[in-house]
Design a protein around this ligand. Sequence first.
Ligand code: FAD
Length: 458
Amino acid sequence: MTSTLTREPATAARTGPHLGTVAIVGGGCSGVLAARAITRDSAWRTVLISPESRPGRGVAYGAAEPWHLLNSRAAAMSADSGDPQHLLRWCRDRGRPAEPGDFLPRAWFGDYLADQFAAAAGPRLAHHRATAVGVRADGPRHIVTDDAGGEVRADHVILALGNPPPCVPSAVSDAARRDHAFIADPWAPGALEAVPADEPVLLLGTGLTAVDVALTLTRGARRVPVEALSRRGLPPLAHPRRPAPAVDLGLPASASLGPLVRRVREAVEAGADWTAVVDHVRTQADRLWSALDADAQARFLRHCQRHWEVHRHRMAPPVAARVADLREQGLLRLRAGRLTSIEPHPGGGLVVTVDGERPRRYAAVVTCTGPGPLPCSAGPLLSDLLADGLVRTGPHRLGIDTDTNGQARPGLWLVGPLRRGRLWEATAVPEIRAQADRLAAALPQPAGRHPRRAARLA
Ligand SMILES: Cc1cc2nc3c(=O)[nH]c(=O)nc-3n(C[C@H](O)[C@H](O)[C@H](O)COP(=O)(O)OP(=O)(O)OC[C@H]3O[C@@H](n4cnc5c(N)ncnc54)[C@H](O)[C@@H]3O)c2cc1C
């Protein structure tokens, strides 16, 4: 549903102060799950501000091709924490076969989220189709301004802006950044379409994004390998075909890393399935992360993060099989090395130098690294909020600092990957769903309204 606000002049894009309004900025998975939870649990009128015609898909599920699968089993991906079968029923109702252990097409999940928003939209939930360009305090409330000159006055504003984009490595020269052969965002519409199939291509990164991009670039008649480069050259590991039985390691909250690493090693050496161990640590990750002192967190980021990521962010088995096949055919090569420079090549393409190796020419270089650190990779809206002091970065510059419910300052909240200012696990659907539920529960009710009763009356 698109709000009538979007079609009217700036002054009409206002919500009166008497209504009790929550504005959510961002229409991906995080914004939609938060909108759904707030509409379900409270009496607020909610306005979701995002530029897409139908909120829900966001980056992860909007740009997905048919060969891109979820990297979590369907059973974990319900929009509703109280109803784990919800996604499965949605699929089956549409004639799309789905079992709890399946890794479904990512595009299906995008359709599902878009439907969840559409189903929740109504008198208390509207879509304001616009890009927010500013948020400013107005007494106890906030005003969100948009790119059409409109504004939404809200009692509470929730930022659901997604991951900060990757930072372009400093080894990439200014001229190379401007070169069309340098693809900074593989998810931008059409970004990979012009990549030639008969010339070498380099992916910066060897994680799940590099896997997605490699799958796309090798769909056609490619006979020249795609290379993927990272410091360690480690690809993600694969999910087992069937989930291993759950384990509980009784991990102690500790200020130092040593006891945790020892406990995990001992469990695996004693025969526990490593996937079950990692999945258990994931459920405890925020408690464990917040107990570590700043030095231990920094040591984890330096020495353990990449190993954690390849074990935690795993490929769906069919994707892992395809990757193995591509590597066997020589169409995908993983390389370990340190990038030292990328410059335009006079004959077209880019010249890449990796420490200790001779320079090589690539027809295209695609950034597939993870989200960049703040504030350098903050988009314009977040940069302004940081500059105005309305929000501040959390430790290690991974995200925005908030309280345990996601509140950065009175009336200004965050949901989604930017919560990594405080949390370790904040990017996947189960964690975002839990954040949305917690935020909705913590949000004060509109003055004078009893939550359940008000919601029924509205
Ligand atoms: C490729 C990929 C695959 C993934 N696969 C899985 C998976 O299989 N399982 C899993 O659990 N997790 C997966 N994830 C992780 C997770 O689902 C995503 O991190 C999650 O979808 C994040 O959603 P989001 O809404 O926070 O961000 P995004 O999807 O980035 O959405 C951000 C939204 O904010 C809007 N926006 C940004 N700035 C403004 C502004 N100024 N004004 C208005 N709107 C704005 C954008 O238009 C967009 O609607 C995946 C992530 C990626 C990137």
